[in-house]
Design a protein around this ligand. Sequence first.
Ligand code: CMP
Length: 140
Amino acid sequence: MTQERTLSIIKPDATRRNLIGKIITKLEDGGLKVVAQKKIQLTQEMAKEFYEVHKDRPFYNDLVNFMISGPVVVQVLEGENAVLKNREIMGATNPDEAKPGTIRKEFAESLEANSVHGSDSIDNAKIEVSFFFDDEEIVG
Ligand code: CMP
């Protein structure tokens, strides 16, 4: 099995409710290792660029405003099949559809305020990791 890296974001609804530790525990218990991490306040410009793929969707402006409504934790997770594993641990985008025990089922407030983001493919993981981190900031 190949080791992968993926980008994870703990979103403002979760940092506001002091859930950072509980979310990281779920990721670690699921076999993922945090190899880079920082708590930051996104600017509007950064949030717009990060979610540019959604720029034509009706929820884009609200999503950008939500993502800058408080600090986020951006982190790189490493492990076997890390991209898929992270998505399994997060649960479905819509918390109403997320399986029991997943982060979004337990913690998400809504489809928008869904507590975490995770890269959806290996290619996007590379793009998203390099959006936030230089190579020397990632320590396996
Ligand atoms: P995320 O995995 O960060 O990717 C895009 C985000 O847009 C998603 O999680 C949700 O927080 C948010 N979002 C808001 N409305 C929708 C929607 N109708 N469909 C998908 N994502 C949505």
